[in-house]
Design a protein around this ligand. Structure first.
Ligand code: SF4
Length: 248
């Protein structure tokens, strides 16, 4: 007989939580500069990953590791490097020409569903991914880089009971001009200075807010939509003081 062992589940989550916390990186990373407010709070008021975060991290990391193993003759993991005091590590470097040109970088992401239908939509809704790629490109002096997205349950249409979901890979190429790279580099270096100043002054309130969906979400209670905090540091950060539609 199979029975769910909730005690072992709790222990598993705690071990994963511990290990994720132990793997926290040191130094200023590119991703810290893309969400400087959250980076500030993470460093000054550390909070353990929630159960949901442990699940998402494990799923993302597990797929990345599996894909890297399956593509072991075509991609290798990159080493972390530091450019202008900013640490970075794109996920993969191509070592064959079978998928993307050898020597080029690729970043791997998983998402649950909702791949954009067009490139125009992709440019808008994948802005968070794009910012990360464009940061790598600016720091590494590259004019192109690839994004590999594994969307896990693509294709299910609630209105069509016969539709079925399946995992779908989507590969995108991001390109930048030299002027765009210089502009991005300047922005990153300025943000690095601002983040350092926030730590020195103990004042994060001049740092830009994160993407809105990381702050608050709307839930329907009866017939009314209300906003609820998503971020663990919502009460410290008070984003509603800056933007009305982030107020809960
Ligand atoms: S409350 Fe919003 S702006 Fe502040 S750290 Fe969290 S996500 Fe970022």
């Amino acid at each position: 007989m199979l029975s769910r062992d909730t005690e072992a589940e709790s222990k598993l989550l705690e071990v994963l939580r511990d290990n994720f916390a132990r793997n926290e990186r040191t130094g200023v990373h590119l991703t810290s500069l893309l969400e400087p407010r959250m980076s500030y709070w993470k460093a000054t008021i550390p909070m353990p990953p929630t159960d949901a975060e442990v699940g998402f991290f494990s799923a993302g990391r597990g797929h990345e590791d599996a894909v890297q193993k399956l593509l072991g003759t075509d991609f290798k993991e990159t080493e972390e490097s530091e450019v202008f005091g900013i640490h970075l590590r794109p996920d993969f470097e191509a070592i064959s020409d079978r998928v993307i040109p050898s020597g080029e970088y690729a970043e791997f992401k998983t998402r649950r569903s909702n791949l954009p239908k067009t490139d125009v939509e992709a440019n808008a809704v994948m802005m968070t991914y794009r910012d990360q790629l464009r940061g790598y490109m600016a720091l590494k002096g590259r004019n192109r880089m690839w994004l590999i997205v594994l969307s896990l349950v693509e294709g299910k249409d609630r209105k069509d009971p016969l539709s079925q979901s399946r995992p779908v890979f989507a590969v995108y190429r991001e390109e930048m001009t030299e002027d765009e790279r210089i502009e991005m580099l300047v922005l990153l270096m300025q943000m690095n200075d601002k983040l350092k100043a926030a730590f020195v002054n103990g004042d994060p309130f001049h740092l830009p807010l994160c993407t809105k969906w990381k702050c608050v979400r709307s839930v329907k209670v009866g017939s009314t939509w209300v906003k609820v905090p998503v971020c663990k540091w919502y009460n410290n950060c008070k984003p509603g003081d800056i933007e009305e539609d982030r107020r809960c």
